[in-house]
Ligand binder design. Sequence first.
Ligand code: PEP
Ligand code: MN
Length: 264
Amino acid sequence: LASRDFHPEDTVIQIGDVKIGGEELVIMGGPCAVESVSQIDEIAGLVKAAGAQVLRGGAFKPRTGPYSFQGVGVEGLVMMAEAGKKHGLLTITEVMTPEYVDICAEYADILQVGTRNMQNFDLLRKLGECRKPVLLKRGFSATYDELLNAAEYILAGGNPNVMLCERGIRTFETYTRNTLDLAAIPSLKQLTHLPIISDPSHGTGRRELVEPMSKASVAAGADGLIVEMHSDPDNSMTGDGVQSLFPDQFAALLQDLSKLAPLV
Ligand code: PEP
Ligand code: MN
């Protein structure tokens, strides 16, 4: 179902006025994690003002260590839904377990499957039963074929609204957090009709690399970007402050990108 051989035309996922996979470039921006009402409200205003269409933010965070901040949970879903509604943005948030799919689907417009859960088959099956758009992140050591097979679980369950995300893979390089596999973008565009989103934030782990890798992703054919931005990155509650853009950098990036492809 994911293969372009059997479905030559691009899939366009329409949510409200936003079309993902069409002519326009879709930008999802926001913090790694929802922290408080004022934090997500302030950032939502900045995301909207910069011209992005989707607010990102994790309420449930898949942290490497059990003692790290795990996200504010269901309350975060409510905070983000309100901020999205108030500022006229769609929302995307990560869902980690099948049990939480229904509640996340109630509050968010797009459900994100994180890199660590790409092959959580029970979660994928549950997402196949719902009709919410899903952003499926590539596992950090998954091949294109494994990513496409993971998407196949959701599609086979009856949910056609799947987009894929390149978020960097693990290599021997340690300067960057991950190695953003730019070749994945045109490769996947050839292999599948599903929209392809790039995540230059987790793909590099370094704020100063987000702008060039965003532009490179668009040049490589990405249908959209998911970018971390924080109003106060140095005090963010996850370790992802170092890869989060400052609001003025995010706004400048979108200005530049609008010269490469139409936003909205
Ligand atoms: C995130 O988007 O904040 C996240 C945890 O991403 P990944 O699953 O790609 O690490
Ligand atoms: Mn993050």
